[in-house]
Design a protein around this ligand. Sequence first.
Ligand SMILES: *Cc1c(COP(=O)(O)O)cnc(C)c1O
Length: 427
Amino acid sequence: MHHFAYRDGVLHAEGVSLARIAEEVGTPTYVYSTATALRHYRVFRDAFLPTKPAIFYAMKAGGNLSILRTLGNEGAGADVVSEGEVRKALAAGIPPERIVFSGVGKSEEELTFAVAQAVHQINVETPHELGVIDRVARTLGRRQDIVFRVNPAIGAGGHAKITTGSEDNKFGVSMSEISGLYAQAETLKGVRALGLACHIGSQIHELGELEEAFQRLATLVRALRADGRIVTRLDLGGGLGIHYEDDLATVDKPDRVKAYADMVLRVTRGLDVEIAFEPGRLIIGNAGVLLSRVVTHNPRPQKDIVVIDAGMNDLIRPAMYDSFHALRPVKEPMAGTPYAAVDVVGPICESSDTFASDRPMPALAVGDLVAFMTAGAYGASMSSNYNQRRLVAEVLVDGDRYAVIRPRQTWDELIGQDRMAPWLTNA
Ligand SMILES: *Cc1c(COP(=O)(O)O)cnc(C)c1O
């Protein structure tokens, strides 16, 4: 469930009207609900009780400082994939001992920064990276805790572009390489190998695929121990899917999270390891909407094309992953309002800048407000300046109050990012 609902005929985020936010902050704007994000975090955490796993929020799903602070205050750590994310997590007040550094191609510079900060764990993906961490840590006089990200040769997820666990994709160490690498790590003074990690994809609904991957990890843990290796940590990644289609109904069913937790506890029973997770989408996905305004219509003989002021630079998921977002008019349609199929597109010069095709919608007039539901994950965090559009604004609602947590970029900021080459400036 989430805390976006019609009140007095207007879509609200908790106690705040989206019409008011659009008036005061403008559009397009992401609006997040604190209560929703906290609820998802707690549902996930409590599904494992009495076990208390470490939860590292995958901040690439949504990395605003205020969102990080909100979750950090609740005890969440951060799963980060770049130096920028380490820095942002720290700036939000998440301590290094609650930061896990994942990522396919961490540079030496990034690793040096993370090791110097003494982050909780680095998830190692290649033999070369192992060597770099060891060298960097020794130079800094540290010993860095690491786990190996295993590629369990099981791809899962809602789309080929978000599958990360197949044998032939770029993520993680092959099962067959782990034992050698783990043994090697135990000879290195700069690292302490503590266990394994995996993350096989995103938007996964099929628990069977996750279970199979976790089984393989459990088998690997036993094999490593049989070889005398010390294994105390298992990081099971993120990837649990959410419901994009039916956002106003029972969106996420807590029993689904419970089924996931039960499966994990069953698979890891008796292993005696610390369990960790890196959920992103599940926490922030339906805690955010993208608020936008109708700019114009392009009436075609077959159907109407509704052009809105949000573009693929603000929300790229439909263009990149063919993903579906429910679209709600901010003004509640009256009972019996006729719906007609329309295309809903953005203003960007790309055909892929299309949010919805043949979508049944009530008549939308120029100036009307709409909200893309379940846009909190991989929305603002993937936004860009394409077409020289200013970075989209973000708002956080908490009960009856709201705050702009990322102001819309100014024109000066947009233009000021560039520099004129000296030979082009007039003397
Ligand atoms: C993206 C990512 C996650 C989060 O995935 P979700 O599907 O958003 O839960 C977790 N771990 C790693 C390593 C990731 O790259």
